[in-house]
Design a protein around this ligand. Structure first.
Ligand code: EPZ
Length: 434
């Protein structure tokens, strides 16, 4: 398993470019199931989860090519085996995104139950409830969900909880269903708007994506399309936090400032200077004096749970107290103990973490546990004195494209120590998943 060696203490300066959004690319790739035609997606990030999705689609009979120019061409002319197997699903929960499209396209889906992961139980009961409401017959046995339907029927779906992939899964089920579907209490993330934009290009009839009420008029078939994936707002937010915590001066380029409102506001509130300098670029300057700032994670457009760990690392360097409430997942403080080992002062009580700063962090050997917790350890290592060793960086590689190269390009002293890859090319056994 690869490690990162990171030596802290340098303000990072320059321009750092954001890749395409992993959490938009994953549902958009699954949308290829809905047509026999070819789908071409651009601005695909070269991260592990995308390759997992490629393997998943190929295992079902799709032709999937990931090109070197950050594009993918997918054709699901036939789906010989509409099964998402446990070996793949256990490494990436987002595999459940094929459930809706498979039932809509093939009338049948068998998807391994994702199981829990480092940050929580991650049930998909709301996905299943929606499909049942649309007429699917659901059975669960041997750790798999099987869903069958001659043709799904439009329905009035009200989500008990706001769920991002639940909204995406059922949106993809609804576009080929018979009649109208009304989705209420839907998630509003930009990734859902991006998926709806793709589906519309494929011939779907959707209104309201990005709001909590989405209307879909089902159609008989969808055709191929070409679509460019939106920038990754969480990678962009992570780099804003990097500029702030190192007291540097970074231009985060190729981003969508409109998707970063809550994150930019909180990093500014913590004392950094944040300003939009172009339609696709934000400048962040850390002038050293950071101050304690509270956050409470909420669904979009609130402060994203996927930025909670990174912000916690940031406020270990702030004078005063910061109260961090994690409202979305039940166990998303895996980074706390590692940050404490580096010298941070953090106390956890249930879903609330209280950070007292400023702490001088000292370099240590630390363990990555999940994607965003790992990003927070990179942030901490960039300001710790000495050289830190980050183990199990495959967690970071799932959602950040060549992060060590991007950070080195703006002055970070950071290198990857490669260890022998698995000869079969499989992810590490406990490849974790989010
Ligand atoms: C998506 O996960 C993202 N993943 C996550 O990003 C992100 O943290 C999360 O949304 C919240 O924003 C992808 O888009 C691939 P949810 P998802 O369904 O859809 C509960 C990352 O770091 N729930 O919105 O799985 C659930 O347990 C990853 O890139 C149910 O109870 O999250 C959670 O408490 C990590 N039943 C809450 O809802 C369900 O059927 C929100 O989960 C579904 C969800």
């Amino acid at each position: 398993m690869d490690k990162f060696l990171v030596t802290g203490g340098r303000p990072l300066e320059g321009t750092i470019r954001v890749s395409g959004a992993k959490n938009s690319a994953l549902p958009c790739m699954a949308a290829a199931i809905l047509t026999k035609d070819e789908l071409i997606l651009e601005n695909i990030p070269q991260v592990k989860d995308i390759d997992t999705e490629r393997r998943l689609l190929a295992s079902m009979g799709a032709e999937v090519e990931l090109t070197q120019d950050h594009s993918t061409r997918i054709r699901c002319a036939t789906l010989s085996d509409p099964v998402a197997k446990y070996e793949i699903v256990k490494t990436m929960r987002a595999s459940s995104l094929v459930l809706g499209p498979l039932v809509a396209r093939a009338g049948l889906a068998r998807v391994a139950m994702p199981g829990g992961c480092a940050i929580g139980g991650r049930p998909i009961d709301l996905h299943i409830k929606g499909l049942e409401k649309m007429g699917a017959k659901i059975t669960q046995e041997h750790g798999y969900i099987e869903a069958r339907a001659e043709r799904l029927k439009g329905a009035h779906l009200v989500f008990d909880k706001i769920t991002v992939t639940g909204t995406e899964d059922l949106l993809m089920a609804a576009v080929l269903a018979e009649g109208e579907t009304l989705m209420e209490n839907a998630a509003r993330e930009p990734e859902i708007m991006d998926l709806a934009a793709l589906l519309t290009k494929m011939g779907a009839k959707i209104a309201g994506a990005g709001s909590s009420t989405i209307r879909v008029h089902g159609v008989e078939r969808l055709h191929g399309a070409r679509h460019r994936i939106i920038p990754d707002r969480i990678e962009a937010g992570t780099f804003l936090a990097v500029g702030a915590i190192t007291g540097g001066d970074l231009i985060v380029a190729g981003c969508e400032p409109a998707h970063l409102g809550a994150v930019a506001a909180k990093i500014q509130e913590a004392g950094a200077r944040v300003e939009t300098v172009a339609a696709d670029a934000i400048r962040v300057r850390g002038n050293g004096a950071l101050r304690g700032t509270d956050i409470s994670t909420e669904e979009y457009p609130g402060f994203p749970t996927d930025m909670q760990a990174q912000f916690m690392a940031l406020v270990t360097q702030a004078e005063g107290v910061s109260v961090i409430k994690e409202n979305i997942f039940e166990n998303r403080f895996m980074h706390v103990q590692e940050l404490v080992r580096m010298g941070a002062n953090i106390k956890v009580d249930g879903r609330t973490a209280t950070v007292r700063g400023r702490s001088q962090l000292s370099a240590a050997s630390v363990m990555c546990s999940d994607l965003r917790a790992s990003a927070s350890l990179v942030l901490a290592a960039l300001v710790a004195d000495g050289q830190s060793v980050l183990d199990r960086v495959y967690h970071i590689d799932r959602g950040y494209e060549r992060i060590e190269e991007k950070l080195r390009s703006v002055g970070a002293k950071m290198e990857r120590v490669r260890t022998a890859p698995d000869p079969a090319g499989n992810p590490p056994e406990n490849g974790g998943e989010e």
